[in-house]
Design a protein around this ligand. Structure first.
Ligand code: ZN
Length: 269
């Protein structure tokens, strides 16, 4: 089973995880910038993190034959401090030309606060000005639905944004239709404790079809499973989906979305 891991925080994972991904058929890992589990104290902290995502981590992945791609941003959990946010956003353009950077992400909302929304809009503007793909994080709290609506409204009110170049991640049963019906891509995050299980993800594939949909593990420093994507592929097979349908969901779809960036290239067969 070949697959692409389109959302994994590999800086938090071990070399054993890289080995397991490569051995299971992974052909590329993509790493959005996100919260470190604690608030960074300065823009310099983000600068170093962006260097890690664009220079160090691709070298670590390459030791396991895996192409590594990154997304850059200030994550919503650290968007309350508007002065810090402005300093970080100013840092981003000089990294956008790095050969592994696919776009701006994961931007979005956490508590749906006014400042988070302001910083979200600033980063959407950045993506529009530099013609970047966008990866959106939706809140995991009880107000995921409200947050998803706010995000979609903000994206739709910026006329430069083409929804086919935006993925709304961490969708669940009550938000997936909002994203897909507005023309966006949607990501389902497979988590052992929260978010979405493989069984629920396959239910959603059966209900909504395979178009503009992908699955990811979003594995990070918390309890998460780097092999969640191929395991969901096994769940698809168990429920009678063809090998071609699994290949489309795990490989074809992420390759199609990510391939909108000319930098996204898999190793030659
Ligand atoms: Zn993430």
């Amino acid at each position: 089973m070949r697959f692409i891991e389109p959302h994994a925080h590999m800086v938090s994972r071990t070399t054993d995880d890289y080995l397991a991904l490569a051995a299971a058929g992974c052909e590329a890992v993509c790493e959005p910038a996100f919260w470190a589990g604690f608030d960074r104290g300065s823009a310099e902290g983000f600068h170093d993190y962006f260097c890690q995502l664009t220079a160090h981590e691709p070298r670590r992945a390459a030791k396991f034959g895996l192409p590594h791609f990154a997304w850059l941003c200030l994550n919503p959990k650290e968007a309350e401090d508007l002065k810090l946010a402005a300093e970080v956003i100013e840092l981003i353009p000089k990294f956008l030309d790095c050969p592994n950077v696919l776009g701006i992400g994961e931007i979005g909302l956490n508590r749906n606060s006014r400042n988070e929304l302001k910083v979200f809009e600033q980063q959407v503007d950045l993506a529009a000005r530099y013609q970047q793909l966008i990866l959106v994080h939706t809140p995991h709290l009880e107000d995921k639905l409200k947050g998803t609506r706010l995000i979609i409204d903000a994206l739709q009110s910026d006329r430069r944004i083409n929804p086919a170049r935006v993925i709304i991640d961490h969708v669940e049963e009550h938000t997936i239709a909002l994203a897909l019906e507005a023309g966006f891509w949607a990501g389902m995050t497979l988590y052992p404790e929260s978010k979405c299980t493989a069984a629920r993800a396959v239910d959603m594939i059966e209900a909504y079809g395979a178009e503009r949909l992908w699955m990811n593990s979003a594995c990070d420093w918390g309890v998460s499973v780097p092999l969640a994507v191929p395991r969901a592929g096994l769940e698809m097979r168990r429920r009678g989906h063809s090998a071609a349908a699994v290949d489309r969901m795990l490989h074809g779809n992420p390759a199609e979305f990510l391939g909108q960036s000319p930098k996204f290239k898999l190793a030659p067969e």
